[in-house]
Design a protein around this ligand. Structure first.
Ligand SMILES: Nc1ncnc2c1ncn2[C@@H]1O[C@H](COP(=O)(O)OP(=O)(O)OP(=O)(O)O)[C@@H](O)[C@H]1O
Length: 409
């Protein structure tokens, strides 16, 4: 039997992906999938299984490490979801942003699984990054007025549109700014989870104002290092680490650490359902809460307004955060992480899920923060974003005894 053609939809994040998946699977555009058995590989499918796992304490989707999905890395989660889906032998698979958060090795493994699968199974891909479009897919559609329009794979993506952020960043009052020497010091840090070694003798020092990229394959321990630095990992008490000149375990509180850090991860948007305004989302960065529970001071409001101006979003400050595009939500959350001028800004897989245009915009803001502020940045990412220019790269190399780490530039 001749298979219906594989297709890709190259879209911006402004498109409603749920609606798009419904249009694809219901056959209103193309009826070649009617009566076929389909499966969906998407962020929401993954969230659904994670929530099910938490609710029923039962692992429906098995990971290679036998860990829960919740405690697995993004790469492990994606591989587990794909294997789970394949067990039901679908006629077609709708893949939504399947390659986010994957390291080069995992990416090529999933790509070759999909290549092989494409001989027997129809692949319908939804991609927001042009470079993700699978090489065996010839029919690439964009959406015009909500309708698919066939394009060639050599789509021209809009060139960078000049400078988007022209205003200067708000600066801290000198009296509020404290420098630490060094900012962060991990000394021979080794860590295991249930006797499985994850980190092996990691020594890493970060000085004020430095812009670092932390890279390493899926599961190599990048998020684990971040959780040690942010004070969220209980194992932090067992290792030799100095955070903001406080030796870990010397009586400091989690708040003593957190007040020095602005944190952004794309996971922050997972399951986020509140209806705060854009303005109050930014102001809430002063108190490290989602939502505001006390009246902000005039000074806090004024700094938040300056950030809104930097983002060109002052006019929509009273709009509900929930209704912003994915890209704009991230810009707001970066400003939220930056309002208190933290000595350290942590960005964990920040461009995950962004489309090409928003990834450019976001990178421009991060570079601006690196250049114009005294804040040090740790940027964790698998993707080489061409507009991101870190000062240094720290790489994790997995081994049987856990990952070892090296500064490579
Ligand atoms: N609480 C936990 N209990 C048990 N194992 C864990 C826990 N947290 C993480 N792990 C395991 O530790 C390893 C390192 O995870 P971590 O999330 O730090 O990796 P990563 O480099 O950030 O991965 P990715 O790039 O895929 O997000 C993974 O194998 C993960 O399954």
């Amino acid at each position: 039997m001749l298979l219906p053609k594989h297709k890709a939809y190259y879209i911006s994040n402004k498109e409603d992906k749920k609606k798009l998946i419904k249009s694809i699977t219901s056959g209103i555009w193309f009826d070649d999938l009617n009566h076929l058995n389909g499966a969906i590989f998407s962020e929401s499918a993954l969230n659904f299984f994670i929530e099910e796992e938490i609710r029923h304490e039962h692992f429906n989707v098995q990971t290679s490490t036998k860990n829960s999905l919740k405690n697995s890395s993004e790469g492990e989660r994606k591989r587990a979801l794909l294997n789970h889906i394949l067990q039901s032998n679908p006629d077609y698979i709708v893949l939504e942003n399947a390659f986010d958060c994957l390291d080069i090795e995992s990416l090529s493994k999933i790509e070759s699984t999909l290549n092989k699968l494409s001989e027997t199974t129809i692949i319908i891909q939804i991609a927001t990054r042009k470079r993700d479009i699978l090489s065996f897919i010839n029919d690439v559609y964009i959406l015009e007025n909500g309708q698919p329009k066939l394009c060639s794979t050599s789509l021209e993506i809009g060139k960078p549109t000049g400078k988007n952020f022209t205003q200067d960043l708000p600066q801290p009052y000198e009296s509020e700014w404290k420098t630490f020497s060094p900012l962060i010091k991990l000394n021979n840090v080794s860590l295991s989870y249930r006797e499985r070694p994850i980190l092996d003798a990691i020594s890493w020092e970060i000085k004020p104002g430095e812009f670092w990229q932390l890279i390493g394959p899926n599961g190599s321990g990048k998020s684990t290092i971040l959780s040690l630095i942010s004070g969220d990992n209980p194992k932090g008490y067992m290792v030799d680490m100095t955070l903001f000149e406080m030796k870990k375990g010397s009586g400091e509180t989690v708040w003593d650490i957190k007040k020095n850090i602005g944190f952004y991860t794309s996971e922050m948007l997972r399951g986020f359902k509140r209806r705060d305004t854009v303005e109050s989302m930014i102001i809430s960065g002063f108190v490290d809460s989602i939502g505001l529970y006390s009246f902000p001071t005039d000074r806090q409001i004024s700094i938040a307004h300056k950030w809104l101006e930097v983002l060109n979003m002052f006019d929509i400050k009273d709009k509900s955060f929930q209704f912003l595009s994915n890209g704009h939500k991230r810009l707001v959350l970066i400003a939220r992480a930056m309002v208190k001028h933290p000595p350290l800004l942590i960005l964990d897989e920040p461009t995950n899920g962004l489309d090409d245009a928003d990834a450019k915009l976001f990178s421009e803001l991060v570079n601006k923060i690196a250049q114009e502020s005294n804040t040090a940045i740790i940027y964790v990412s698998h993707r080489k974003e061409e507009y991101i220019t870190p000062d240094f790269i720290y790489e994790l190399f997995p081994s049987e005894t856990g990952s070892i780490g090296k500064q490579i530039t």
